[in-house]
Design a protein around this ligand. Structure first.
Ligand SMILES: Cc1ncc(COP(=O)(O)O)c(C=O)c1O
Length: 368
């Protein structure tokens, strides 16, 4: 069989997950899976939501509109962009089955010469760019950018708080950097699915006023529903949206209705908001305790954080992936999140700190 080989490799994060699960099964011992990129402190309680979903409706049973269910897109507009969300604003929002397909569609669609990823980046970015035959390069930090290097053939990815470092930039600085870049004609892809777990402010609303700005967003992280595969793309550019509409049709033929209906209920009902608040509060409290614990025990990588701390849901610690595995902690070596100096970074690991604090302490205390 002749196939088109992508030259991308399978995600090492998935491989590590399989290795940890296999070791746990074979040894009968418990491993702490900090290799994952999901919140695992608690689950979002959906019992009250379940009661509100009417399964015996056309909305539930029949194809969703190509861009997604209109009331869901309006709810997203109100949630993320309240000051600009007038009737019809949802035309700038397209539902996708998660953040990954949102990113892949954007990478396919943009006619740019160079995509800039952050120096510490989610490995899937470069894999998707490789599959789609796009050139990419890396930037050290937004502080280092010279705007003269940009034009309408450039595109910059921003993930804040960062996967993998958990670092959150100052919002005033972040906004002004995004504004400066987009004013050159370059496109900014704001891919920050961890942000809304921690913040409830008007940052997305302000971003929506900028041209050349694309938001790829996911409900996997801040709403905790990665299994429902829900995300969206926001962009105000009409040519982009018109091409996106076509690609969405031939890619998905309508995204599944059920998760759209469920997440709309979470965003728009009192019961949904309550469940979401409890999920976020419990999750962020445990994350903060876990980060404090790493800080107190000098496990955070100094050259990365100086005296500050990451926000989460990830942190980079001074132990190698294999060492942590020997102590029954699943982690991902930092060499998987950089393109250069991989040997150097392999002695550090990214861990997910979104787990229950007492369990975290029990395992981490063994590596101090
Ligand atoms: C930075 C970043 N963007 C996007 C995603 C995509 O998430 P999903 O496809 O689950 O919506 C992830 C998932 O780990 C991520 O870390």
């Amino acid at each position: 069989m002749k196939i088109n080989v992508s030259n991308a490799t399978f995600s090492s994060i998935v491989g590590i997950g399989q290795k940890v699960k296999k070791a746990a099964k074979e040894s009968g011992e418990t491993y702490l899976e900090l290799n994952r990129g999901v919140n695992a402190v608690t689950q979002i309680e959906l019992d009250k939501i379940k009661e509100q979903v009417n399964f015996n409706t056309k909305d539930f049973q029949v194809y969703a509109p190509n861009l997604g269910i209109e009331s869901f897109r309006k709810a997203i507009a109100k949630e993320y962009f309240p000051s600009v969300a007038h009737d019809g604003f949802e035309a700038n929002i397209a539902i996708t089955p998660g953040g990954m397909p949102a990113l892949d569609l954007v990478i396919q669609l943009l006619n740019v010469e160079t995509i800039y990823f952050p120096k510490f980046y989610w490995g899937s970015y470069s894999k998707m760019a490789t599959i789609r035959h796009k050139m990419f390069s890396f930037y050290d930090g937004l502080e280092q950018f010279e705007t003269t290097q940009f034009n309408d053939s450039s595109c910059v990815f921003i993930c804040d708080p960062s996967n993998p470092t958990g670092i959150k930039l100052d919002d005033v600085f972040l906004y002004s950097a995004i504004e400066k870049i987009t004013k050159t004609g370059a496109i900014v892809i704001f891919d920050s699915p961890y942000r809304k777990l921690f913040t409830d402010d008007d940052f997305f609303d302000k971003l929506a006023k900028l041209d050349n700005l694309i938001i790829t967003e996911s409900f996997s992280k801040w709403v905790g529903l990665s299994g429902l595969r829900m995300g969206f793309i926001f962009c105000k550019n009409k040519a982009f949206n018109s091409e996106l509409n076509i690609r969405l049709l031939y890619e998905f033929n309508g995204v599944s209705t059920a998760p759209q209906i469920i997440i709309e209920k979470i965003l728009t009902t009192t019961e949904g908001r309550k469940a979401l608040d409890v999920f976020r509060k419990t999750t962020t409290e445990n994350i903060a305790k876990n980060i404090d614990y790493l800080h107190k025990n000098n496990l955070l990588v100094k050259e990365m954080y100086d005296d500050s701390k990451p926000l989460g849901i990830f942190a980079v610690i001074t132990k190698a992936e294999d060492y942590l595995f020997q102590h029954k902690i699943g982690a991902v070596g930092m060499d998987k999140f950089v393109y250069h100096d991989r040997d150097f970074w392999s002695s550090y690991s990214r861990i997910c700190v979104s787990v229950e604090h007492e369990i975290f302490k029990e395992f981490i205390s063994k590596i101090i």
